[in-house]
Structures are given as structure tokens and as C-alpha cells.
Design a protein around this ligand. Structure first.
Ligand code: ADP
Ligand code: LRH
Length: 490
């Protein structure tokens, strides 16, 4: 029995076929495609129709393999959305969350809607690009979409709607908007009303694994394929990635390591208190109405951007080469706080890293190896800081850290993470989000009884590499330096 998972990441979109052979999961990549945002003037937008086209290409390639999938589901990154008119047509291209239009909007909203009020009601961390601030930015800018819109759909909701004609708002992604109240278990109508957005835009919240229609007959005719049921996945890619963590114990820590690094633990109920607010932790919805108590860390985005910069200069390093260059560069020469706002938007990372180092009185990394080493070491050190906070805020002690996502192919980063946290790292699977997407579909079909059975099978199906900590003394010293430079509080 084959099923199809689409995972739209910032580094690429991919379609993976999953099948169960005995008690093992096998995956086959049928299609990989670019998911580059498009800049028009100053606006950064999704190339949403191209992605829809690529999703159909995935269906065609699946057909050419002679496979009829039992179901399909889509996941992607959180917070972004499209607005639809009364006629069901998409109004404009969805904005990408790294667009500048939200700049300063969160801070100005706090003047009329207090930060504490928003956190008490939503439990969601304050990121300048959350949906709530994107909507407020559009409203402030007098966007005509505010007058014309009738429905709000997040990116996987929207692509699912294109495929099926059915509109549903999926739970895990909905929680990331900062407009959902996990205590009432519904959209926070009071908050939505207070920021002046029509409540009628927001529809029924559907759990991951809900039947959400079937492929439109026009697509079946165009592609010459049979009907395929479409399900909701855990459509926030981080929810899917955490679903795929091959943990055997209920108390575990994870790091979903891709464009972003998402670190935290899974909890039954949101942890909404002064401490989680102070350290800007979040409580995002997960599979089985669990919550992810986690913190965003800027992640491999900075090296992705540097790689693009080098390519423009004619230096086409692969990630493998970048890792080798980092390994050869001098150790602990300079640190950045990867979460400094300097690094959020696209472009010019070399000069921003040097600007950060200059303003903190450090030596300035120069060549590719030095810059890459600075990023990877700083990430490993930030991981220790956030892991210790996770332990404190969840009142747990972890024996090690599960890493999933494409970033685990960076074996140096995995080793340095183990060295920095002083605990083993268990790395795998690399396609965390796609595997979690498949797992939710199998749970919906009754193949797995719940997420814990799925995790057990994932553990048996994908290699998990263990990295034992080493070089503790040097890393301990580096941590002290890093915390001072980054000004990180206890
Ligand atoms: P996303 O889902 O956000 O698109 P992925 O989980 O696919 O991201 O991870 C992509 C990241 O993985 C890249 O930015 C890169 O840093 C890292 N990566 C991918 N391949 C390699 C490799 N061969 N060696 C080292 N790092 C790699
Ligand atoms: C990771 C992710 C993360 C969000 C960000 C926008 O891909 O979904 O969980 O905070 O992208």
C-alpha cells in the first residue's frame, strides 16, 4: 500500500512515496523541485501556482511508476497564508514570512494589545512574522485584500483546496498563527475581533489525519489518473518532523534541524506561564493534540544564504565542501547569536556576521571556512542554551537529544552539538517532516494505532546515528564566552 507525502521546505519541495514492507517503512523520492520565493519590487512572495504545478508533476511521476497512492497529504512551513474572495479565487500571491512588511508591526501592536494578553490566550512565541502580525501589517498598509477577502487558508490548506475544492483549516498550522486558543480549543475570537480581522474568514479546525476530499475530477482527466483521497497531515512541517522523532520514551528532547532549528520537548498541555513568556518559548499544536514546548533557533538559514552569496560570486561550494572547509578553520575564533534580528532577512550574511563580530569586539571571520565554522559552532552553543532552558521550563532531564531533518547530513554539526550539550545526539531520519506526514496518514487509515506505534516503526526503519560527546573542556570554556557575547540570561 503506497501513500504520498508532499513536504514543501525552504531548501526544496519534495514528494515521497511511502510503503510498508512487513513492519518497515520504505520511502522513495518521486519528485524534488525548487521552492524559491519570488521578489517583485520590494515584496517577497510565494510562487504558489508553480508549486501547485509541481504537486501535479509529482502525481504524474507517481503514475509513471505504475503506483496508485491510497492517499496524499501536504505539509509546509508555518505562519504563511492566502486569502480567497467570495468566488473562491485566490486574491494575490501569498507573502513570504521573510518579507519586510511586518517590520515593527509586532511592537506597535503591543501598544493596544498587550503582549501578556496575547501570550496568555495563545501560548505562542513572539516572532515578528507570525500570521497575526502579517495580517496586521496588511491592514496597516490598507491592503485591498482586507476588503475583498472572504476566507483564510494556510499554504497547505490552500494547495489542498486547489486539489480538492474543499476548504479546511488544519490544527497544527492554525496554532502557529498566534490566533488560536489552546485552552478553549478553538480560534481566539476575542483576539481576532480585537485586532479587527473578520472572524468569518476562519473555518472549522480539522485535526491531522482528517479526510479532506479527493482529487478534483478535472485533475484526474488532465493527468489520466484515478481518484486519490486527500488527508490533512500534521501540516506544520515542524509538527510532522516531531511526529517522526524515533523516541521510545515519553520524555524526550528533539531538534528539528533544517532551514530553522526547532528545539524542545513534547507536552500534553501547553505550558503558559511567566517563565515561558520571558524566554519566548512556544506551545505549538502537534499530533494527537499534543503540544510542542519549543523555541525557534535561526538554524541553517544563515549558511544557506552564504552559499547563495558565494554562488553569485562564482564559488559553487556544495554543503559537503562547506562542512570540510569549516572543519579545517581555526576553532572558537568568533561567535554570533544566530537569533539576532540581523540574520532574519535574506542577503548579505558575510557582512552581517562581520558586523556582529565587530560590534562585539571579536576578530572578523573572513573566508568560507571561517564563516561556516563561526555559524556551526554558534549554533551548537545556542542549542546547549535552549536545551537547558527546555529542561528548566518542562522540569525534566534529558539523557540525549534526537536530531531529525536535512541538517543531520552535516555530521560535523551533529558531533559539535553532542560536544556542546555534553550528551549523546541520536540523528535520524533526515526526511523527518515527510516521514511524519506519512505516519499521520497511516494512523488515519488505522495501520498504526497511534503516534507511539508509528515512532517505534520509524525507529526500526531508518538508521539512527549516535554521536557521543567529546572535547568537553574546550566546549565548556567556549560556552562561557558565547553566552557573554550573546548576552544570554539565566
Ligand atoms: P528544509 O526542510 O527547511 O528545506 P532540510 O531539512 O531539507 O530543510 O535541510 C536543509 C539543510 O540541510 C541545508 O540548508 C543544509 O545546511 C543541510 N544539508 C543538506 N545536505 C547536506 C550535506 N550533504 N552536508 C551537510 N549539510 C547538508
Ligand atoms: C520550520 C518552520 C518553523 C516556523 C518557520 C516559519 O520550517 O515551520 O516551525 O517557525 O518555519
Amino acid at each position: 500500500m503506497n501513500i504520498l507525502a508532499y513536504d514543501l521546505g525552504a531548501s526544496s519541495g519534495r514528494a515521497l512515496l511511502g510503503r510498508l514492507t512487513g513492519s518497515r517503512i520504505e520511502v522513495e523520492e518521486v519528485h524534488r523541485f525548487a521552492n524559491d520565493p519570488v521578489k517583485v519590487g520590494e515584496r517577497l512572495q510565494w510562487d504558489i501556482l508553480r508549486l501547485y504545478h509541481e504537486i501535479k508533476q509529482g502525481l504524474l511521476k507517481t503514475k509513471h511508476l505504475g503506483v496508485q497512492p491510497q492517499s496524499l497529504a501536504i505539509d509546509s512551513w508555518a505562519v504563511d497564508f492566502g486569502l480567497l474572495g467570495r468566488d473562491g479565487e485566490l486574491l494575490g500571491n501569498p507573502y513570504h514570512y521573510r518579507d519586510w512588511h511586518t517590520h515593527g508591526v509586532m511592537e506597535s501592536m503591543f501598544q493596544s494589545v498587550p503582549k501578556e494578553y496575547i501570550f496568555e490566550r495563545t501560548g505562542i512565541q513572539f516572532l515578528t512574522f507570525n500570521t497575526i502580525y502579517q495580517l496586521a501589517a496588511m491592514k496597516q498598509a490598507g491592503s485591498p485584500l482586507m476588503r475583498e477577502a472572504d476566507r483564510f487558508l494556510m499554504i497547505p490548506d490552500l494547495l489542498r483546496y486547489f486539489l480538492t475544492g474543499e476548504m479546511l483549516n488544519e490544527f497544527t498550522n492554525v496554532t502557529s498563527t498566534q490566533l488560536y486558543n489552546p485552552l478553549s480549543g478553538d480560534w481566539d475570537w476575542e483576539l481576532i475581533n480585537r485586532i479587527g480581522i473578520p472572524g468569518s474568514w476562519f473555518g472549522r479546525v480539522a485535526d491531522p489525519g482528517t479526510e479532506a476530499g479527493r482529487i478534483r475530477s478535472s485533475i484526474m482527466t488532465d493527468l489520466g489518473i484515478e481518484a486519490i483521497p486527500v488527508l490533512t497531515a500534521a501540516e506544520h512541517d515542524t509538527a510532522s518532523a516531531v511526529a517522526a522523532v524515533p523516541a521510545l520514551e515519553r520524555s524526550f528532547a528533539y531538534l528539528s534541524c533544517g532551514t530553522w532549528s526547532l528545539m524542545g520537548t513534547e507536552v500534553d498541555r501547553p505550558v503558559i506561564n511567566e517563565e515561558t513568556l520571558r524566554f519566548n518559548f512556544t506551545n505549538e499544536g502537534g499530533v494527537g493534540r499534543s503540544f510542542r514546548l519549543l523555541k525557534n533557533i535561526m538554524g541553517l538559514w544563515i549558511i544557506q544564504e552564504l552559499k547563495r552569496e558565494w554562488e553569485r560570486e562564482g564559488l559553487a561550494y556544495s554543503f559537503t565542501e562547506i562542512v570540510q572547509l569549516a572543519e579545517q578553520a581555526p576553532a572558537f575564533a568568533a561567535f554570533i547569536d544566530p537569533d539576532d534580528e540581523l540574520f532574519l532577512h535574506a542577503g548579505d550574511m558575510r557582512s552581517r556576521i562581520r558586523q556582529y563580530c565587530r560590534s562585539t569586539g571579536q576578530s572578523l571571520p573572513d573566508g568560507p571556512g571561517e564563516l561556516a565554522r563561526c555559524i556551526f559552532e554558534s549554533l551548537a552553543l545556542k542549542y546547549r542554551y535552549v536545551l537547558e532552558l527546555t529542561e528548566k521550563l518542562s522540569n525534566q532531564r534529558f539523557n540525549g537529544l534526537h536530531m531529525v531533518g536535512g541538517g543531520i547530513q552535516n555530521t560535523l554539526l551533529c558531533q559539535w552539538t553532542a560536544d556542546s550539550i555534553g550528551k549523546p545526539v541520536w540523528a535520524g531520519p533526515a526526511e523527518g517532516s515527510a516521514v511524519g506526514n506519512l505516519a499521520v496518514q497511516w494512523i488515519a487509515q488505522g495501520v498504526f494505532s497511534d503516534i507511539w506505534e508509528a515512532r517505534k516503526v520509524i525507529r526500526e526503519s531508518f538508521p539512527v546515528v549516535t554521536y557521543e560527546p567529546s572535547g568537553r573542556e574546550a566546549w565548556e570554556e567556549a560556552y562561557g564566552c558565547f553566552r557573554q557575547i550573546a548576552g544570554l540570561a539565566d
